[in-house]
Design a protein around this ligand. Sequence first.
Ligand SMILES: C[S@@+](CC[C@H](N)C(=O)[O-])C[C@H]1O[C@@H](n2cnc3c(N)ncnc32)[C@H](O)[C@@H]1O
Length: 305
Amino acid sequence: MEDSKIKRTALMSAYLRSHHSLHAEPKIFDDFISPELLTEEDHIAFDQSMVMALAAIDPARAASYPKREDAIAYMVQHYFPTSLFLSRARYAEDKLKEAINQGVKQYIILGAGMDTFAQRNPGLIEQLQIFEIDHPATQRFKRNRLKDLGWAQPDNLNFVPIDFTKDQLEKALLDASYDPALPSFFSWLGVIHYLPKQDVFSTFRTLTNIAPSDSNIIFDYWDLDAFNPEKAAKRVNSMQAMLRQAGEPMLTGFDPQSVADELHKVGIVMQEHLSPMEIQSKYFEGRNDDYYAYEHAFFVHGRVK
Ligand SMILES: C[S@@+](CC[C@H](N)C(=O)[O-])C[C@H]1O[C@@H](n2cnc3c(N)ncnc32)[C@H](O)[C@@H]1O
């Protein structure tokens, strides 16, 4: 992907989380560091692009909002996948907290993007080694942005650049001082759909080879209806179209009926499986804004056999 697209995609996800942190109550997931990842110009440009996008896709609705900030909030809450970004991060970090209390020592964030866990949790510096695995181009962009902001790299944060479709995850982790004897927690959020299925499963096999029994794996996936324009929800069809246009089509989904069996074959035991309805009642019930669980997106908590 070109650098300009990487910049826009990475900063867009930070912008959506930052809008939630700055404006929403109650918060689903408070990424209070994310507003600082964006410059003043970035905030202004993304606000403006939300207003313009609404005018282009739904002029009648755009005209119904006298206040600009209401149009922006509608786009952030309803149109873009902010609710998915927030709820999956909340799910992963709630499970991570439980795992740390049970003795987990390593947190491996696969496809980290603009994740800010390490910066939000300086108190865990003695307890937890953090490994951010990401595509070299995305990771380079993020590291440059952190450098431009003048943020020091926390001592327990290890950057590991790899392409899941080309590079050896196991070797890269071992070279980065990952300890295969220590209980580990892997999150793999918002990535699986970009990869061919064979690469998803070879990555799962690597995790079960390299991590001790009972280590945790959290990931999200799309059901098969998300790939069928006749059956997919409107905003999921729009997202599919946007990703195709950006040259990053969604490739892989799972059948929720068979995902536990498929995981079992690669050495992962399903502990919990949340459907969009369950995610709705866990994180969105009773809100009076436009946030609601993203259709077709499921969350899984598995453990290494
Ligand atoms: C939508 S972002 C998700 C970021 C973050 N995990 C989250 O939940 O918001 C997708 C991430 O997957 C990474 N990614 C996509 N394809 C990849 C590949 N082939 N190898 C490594 N990382 C990849 C991208 O660089 C990006 O950081």
